[in-house]
Design a protein around this ligand. Structure first.
Ligand SMILES: [Zn+2]
Length: 83
């Protein structure tokens, strides 16, 4: 099965949270997030974010929110997924 890394996970998490992934991919993410505090925190913080990020057009996302999210994702993918 596909072994998910955090970098790959972050890439897929957006799709995951939007519910556009296949069940198989979704399950492998579920497994990874279940054992990965970093990705779990990412999912949690994303879910706390108002639906504006999903429903609104990019222009309607508050610049500050967008910047914080982008910074967070960048830092998350910067770290080595392997320990
Ligand atoms: Zn992870």
């Amino acid at each position: 099965m596909s072994d998910l890394t955090c970098a790959r996970g972050v890439d897929l998490l957006m799709d995951y949270l939007e519910g556009v992934l296949s069940v198989a991919v979704k399950e492998s993410i579920d497994r990874h997030v279940g054992g990965c505090p970093r990705c779990l925190a990412f999912v949690a913080s994303y879910r706390e974010t108002p639906r504006v990020l999903r429903d609104a057009t990019a222009e309607e996302i508050p610049a500050d929110t967008k910047r914080r999210l982008e910074k967070f994702v960048r830092e998350l993918s910067k770290r080595s997924p392997e320990r």
